[in-house]
Design a protein around this ligand. Structure first.
Ligand SMILES: [Zn+2]
Length: 237
C-alpha cells in the first residue's frame, strides 16, 4: 500500500470513530435534541404493574426507543419490583395511582396518606428515590386532593376507554385520529389489547412525525412548571 493508500485508510478509520461517537451522543442526549416544532405526545399507563402484560409492553417500547409514564398501584408493587426497576432503568417515568385504587375525593388526611404516601414509600423502596407525580383514580379531584397532594396531578386529554372496548384496532384508531402536539394519552397496561394498541399507536404516530416523551419531559420541553396540587390535562400549545 502506497502513502496515499495508508492516508486513506487512516482517514476512513478516523471518520468511522467520529461517526460512531456521533451516534452515541445522539442516543444519550435524546431529549435535549428535540426540535422546537416537533409534535410531542405522552403515553400514560394506569393500574399496573401486571407481570403478564407490563413486561410485554416494556419490551415493545424498548424495541421502539419510546419512553412512557406509568401510574402504579402500590399493592401491586410487592413481587413486581423488577418491573418497576426496569421502568426506571429504561427511562420511563413512574407515578402514583393510589395503594389499592380508591377514589381520593372526600378522604381525610390519614386515609389520603394511606393511599398516596404509602405508595410513594413502596415505590421509593423499589427505585431508590421519591418525587412521583400523582394520577387520582377516575380523574376525580376535589379541594382536599389539591391541598394534600405533594405532587402535580396529571390527568389526560385523550381517553379511548380501552378498559371498556378491549379492542386494539378501535383503541389505536381513536388515539391516532385525535393526537395533536401536547396530548396526554390514557391507557391501562393490564390488558393485552391495550398493549397491542399502544404499540400500534407508537408505530403510526412515528410515521406522522410525532415524538413520544414522558410527562415530565413534555412539561420541560413546553416550559411548564409542574406545581404540587395543580391539575394538568395536556401540554398543547
Ligand atoms: Zn385506574
Amino acid at each position: 500500500m502506497g502513502k496515499k493508500g495508508k492516508l486513506c485508510v487512516l482517514l476512513l478509520a478516523l471518520a468511522l470513530v467520529f461517526w460512531t461517537r456521533g451516534e452515541e451522543l445522539t442516543a444519550v442526549d435524546g431529549p435535549a435534541e428535540i426540535a422546537g416544532d416537533q409534535p410531542l405526545v405522552a403515553l400514560t399507563f394506569d393500574d399496573g404493574p401486571r407481570r403478564s402484560t407490563t413486561g410485554e409492553l416494556l419490551d415493545g417500547l424498548a424495541e421502539r426507543g419510546v419512553p412512557a409514564t406509568f401510574f402504579l398501584i402500590g399493592e401491586l408493587v410487592p413481587g413486581n419490583e423488577d418491573l418497576v426497576q426496569r421502568m426506571e432503568e429504561e427511562g420511563h417515568q413512574i407515578g402514583i395511582h393510589t395503594y389499592d385504587h380508591v377514589q381520593l375525593t372526600g378522604l381525610n388526611a390519614a386515609d389520603f396518606s394511606a393511599q398516596v404516601d404509602r405508595t410513594e414509600n413502596v415505590l421509593a423502596q423499589a427505585v431508590g428515590h421519591g418525587g412521583f407525580a400523582l394520577r387520582p383514580p377516575y380523574g376525580l379531584i376535589d379541594n382536599g386532593v389539591e391541598k394534600r397532594s405533594g405532587s402535580a396531578l396529571i390527568l389526560w386529554s385523550i381517553d379511548p376507554e380501552d378498559w371498556k372496548y378491549k379492542d386494539a384496532d378501535r383503541v389505536a384508531e381513536h388515539i391516532v385520529s385525535r393526537a395533536a402536539d401536547g396530548d396526554v394519552i390514557l391507557l391501562h397496561d393490564i390488558y393485552p389489547t391495550s398493549v397491542a394498541a399502544a404499540l400500534q399507536v407508537v408505530d403510526r404516530l412515528h410515521e406522522k412525525g410525532f415524538l413520544f416523551v414522558t410527562v415530565e419531559e413534555m412539561a420541560r420541553q413546553r416550559h411548564v412548571e409542574l406545581v404540587p396540587g395543580q391539575v394538568y390535562r395536556s401540554f398543547c400549545p
